[in-house]
Ligand binder design. Structure first.
Ligand SMILES: Cc1cc2nc3c(=O)[nH]c(=O)nc-3n(C[C@H](O)[C@H](O)[C@H](O)COP(=O)(O)OP(=O)(O)OC[C@H]3O[C@@H](n4cnc5c(N)ncnc54)[C@H](O)[C@@H]3O)c2cc1C
Length: 470
C-alpha cells in the first residue's frame, strides 16, 4: 500500500436514517467521521432505460422524484425486470425521505434467536431512539402515546380473531394535552433525514463525499472503496467500513466483493392495496396522514398487518397519475375522500418473491418468479373485510389492487445475523470473515412479525455505533 494514502478510521456509506442514526451515536464519543453520500443530479437518460416502468407507479410520497429513482438504478447498474417493482432513490436520505411514518413496536419477536445481551442492547437503543426524537406511540416502558381518531374504536374485542394494535408514528409528540396526529406540523415534526440531520448532526464534524460506491476491495486489513461522481473516479481507504446503503445496494456491493454469482432471495412483505368506503366521514387535516390503526391476527400462520388511513389529497393525486382517465373526476374524488379508507395489507416475509443475481459487467439483475399469492391475499382480504363489516365501519364495497412484488418498499434479509455461509453477519453485524466491514441496514434482519421495520433497523444501527467505539 502506498504510504501517502489517507487512511480513514471509520467510513460510512449512505445517508438514509440507518446511517444518520449511526452517526449520531458514533459522534457522541468520536470527534469526526467521513461519509460517502451521493446527491447527484444527472438528468439525461437514454430511452431504453430498463426502469421507466418504476417511475410510472411511484408512491404518493415520491411523486416528482423520477430522476433520483432513475439515477439509483442507472448508476448502481441495476437491471429491474418489468415483473418486479423495487424502489430506490439516489439522494441524501434515500428511501428514508419518503417512509409512511409508522413503526412496529413489536421488535422483540424478530430477534428471538439473538443472545440476551444483544436483545437487551437493541431494546435499550430502541427506547433511546423513541425518546431522542420524542416520537408518539407506545412501547413497553415508553408511554408517550397519541390519541387516535375514535372512528376506529371497536366493540366486542375478545371474540374476534383479529386485534387492533398500538404502534409508533414518525412524528414528534409536540402536543401536551390532546395529542392528536392531526395537530402535528407535517414538515418540521417529521422524523426524516433532513430534520434528524438538522437536530443532531448539523454542528458535528462530518465530511460528506458526493460520490456513489461502485466497488469494495480488501488490501490486507485496509478496505478500498472505489467511487465515482459520474465523471471522476476516486478511491477512499478505511480501517473500518460501515455500510448503510439500503438492502439492495448493500447486498450488491457484498456480492461483488465476495464474488458470489448465485441467485439470492431478497425478503420483503408483499402488499395488497385496498380501498373501502366508510359508513361515516373520517375527517383529517393532513395532506398525508400516517395510518391510525393497525389490525393483526391474534395468532395463525398467515401473519399480516393491515393499516388504515383516511383518504387524502396526495393519494387522490397518485391514483389520478396512475389512472389518467380519472382526472375529470378529481373534484368529486376529493370531495368524497373522507369517506374513503385506504389500507395496506402487508404479508409475512415467507411470501417473498424477489431475487437478486450479480451478472457480467457488475450488473445486478432483480426479478420475480411465477408465483401466485392470490389465494393468500383473498384469504386475508376477506378476514379484514368481514371484520370491518361486522364492526359496522364500512359499506359492503371494496377495491383490491396488488401493485406488484417489491412495491411494499421493505427490503431486507440478505445478510442475516447468525445466518449461514459467507452472506451473513455476526451479532456485532460484522460480515463473516471480514471483521472490519459492518452492515447496519435492513439486510441483517428477517422481519416476519414486524411489518414496519424501520424502528428495529435504527435501534440496531444505534447499537452498532455504541459497540464500534467501545
Ligand atoms: C413510500 C415508502 C413508505 C415506507 N413506509 C414505511 C413505514 O411506514 N414504516 C417502515 O418501517 N418503513 C417504511 N418504508 C421503508 C423504509 O423507508 C426503509 O426501510 C428505510 O428508509 C431504509 O433506510 P436505510 O437507511 O437502510 O436506506 P435508505 O433510506 O434507502 O438510504 C440508503 C442510502 O444509501 C445511498 N446510496 C444508494 N446507493 C449508493 C451507492 N452506490 N453508494 C453510496 N450510497 C448509496 C442513498 O442515496 C441513501 O442515502 C417505506 C419506504 C417507502 C419508499
Amino acid at each position: 500500500m502506498n504510504k501517502k494514502i489517507k487512511l480513514i478510521d471509520v467510513l460510512v456509506i449512505g445517508s438514509g436514517l440507518s446511517s444518520l442514526v449511526f452517526l449520531h451515536s458514533y459522534l457522541k464519543k468520536r470527534k469526526n467521521v467521513e461519509v460517502i453520500s451521493p446527491n447527484l443530479n444527472f438528468k439525461k437518460f437514454d430511452n431504453n432505460n430498463t426502469v421507466q416502468h418504476i417511475t410510472k407507479i411511484l408512491p404518493p410520497q415520491m411523486i416528482g422524484t423520477d430522476e433520483k429513482v432513475k439515477n439509483y438504478f442507472r448508476l448502481n447498474k441495476i437491471n429491474l425486470s418489468e415483473n418486479c417493482k423495487v424502489f430506490g432513490s439516489l439522494e441524501f436520505g434515500g428511501l428514508s425521505n419518503y417512509w409512511g411514518l409508522q413503526i412496529d413496536p413489536n421488535i422483540l419477536n424478530d430477534i428471538k434467536n439473538l443472545s440476551s445481551k444483544t436483545k437487551k442492547e437493541i431494546s435499550q437503543s430502541f427506547i433511546e431512539l423513541l425518546k431522542e426524537f420524542n416520537l408518539a406511540g407506545k412501547y413497553q416502558n415508553y408511554k408517550n402515546s397519541f390519541k387516535g381518531d375514535n372512528f376506529f374504536s371497536i366493540t366486542n374485542k375478545d371474540k374476534s380473531s383479529l386485534q387492533f394494535e398500538d404502534f409508533i408514528i414518525g412524528y414528534k409528540n409536540v402536543l401536551n394535552k390532546k395529542k392528536k396526529i392531526d395537530d402535528v406540523n407535517e414538515i418540521s415534526d417529521k422524523f426524516v433525514p433532513k430534520n434528524y440531520y438538522n437536530k443532531f448532526l448539523k454542528k458535528k464534524k462530518i465530511k460528506f463525499h458526493n460520490f456513489f460506491v461502485k466497488k469494495i476491495k480488501k488490501h490486507g486489513k485496509i478496505i478500498e472503496v472505489l467511487c465515482s461522481d459520474g465523471n471522476v473516479n476516486k478511491s477512499f481507504y478505511a480501517k473500518k467500513l460501515v455500510i448503510g446503503s439500503g438492502t439492495v445496494v448493500t447486498t450488491k456491493l457484498i456480492l461483488d466483493y465476495l464474488k458470489i454469482k448465485k441467485e439470492i432471495k431478497l425478503k420483503h412483505h408483499p402488499r395488497l392495496f385496498s380501498l373501502y368506503f366508510s359508513s361515516k366521514k373520517w375527517s383529517n387535516k393532513m395532506s398525508f396522514q400516517p395510518s391510525q390503526v393497525h389490525l393483526k391476527p391474534r395468532k395463525g400462520t398467515e401473519l399480516f398487518t393491515a393499516d388504515f388511513r383516511p383518504g387524502n389529497k396526495l393519494i387522490i393525486d397518485s391514483i389520478i397519475q396512475f389512472k389518467k382517465y380519472l382526472a375529470i373526476f378529481k373534484p368529486i374524488l376529493n370531495y368524497f375522500r373522507f369517506n374513503m379508507i385506504f389500507s395496506n395489507t402487508l404479508l409475512n416475509s415467507k411470501f417473498s418473491n424477489i431475487y437478486l443475481k450479480l451478472e457480467n459487467d457488475n450488473i445486478l439483475r432483480i426479478y420475480s418468479k411465477n408465483k401466485k399469492i392470490d389465494n393468500v391475499f383473498k384469504y386475508t382480504s376477506n378476514l379484514v373485510f368481514n371484520f370491518l363489516r361486522k364492526q359496522k365501519k364500512i359499506l359492503p364495497l371494496r377495491i383490491n389492487y396488488f401493485p406488484g412484488y417489491g412495491s411494499d418498499f421493505h427490503y431486507f434479509g440478505t445478510l442475516q445475523i447468525g445466518g449461514k455461509g459467507k452472506l451473513s453477519v455476526n451479532e456485532k453485524c460484522q460480515l463473516t470473515n471480514n471483521k472490519n466491514i459492518y452492515i447496519i441496514d435492513g439486510s441483517v434482519f428477517n422481519f416476519q412479525k414486524n411489518k414496519y421495520p424501520l424502528g428495529l433497523i435504527l435501534a440496531n444501527a444505534k447499537r452498532i455505533a455504541k459497540r464500534i467505539i467501545d
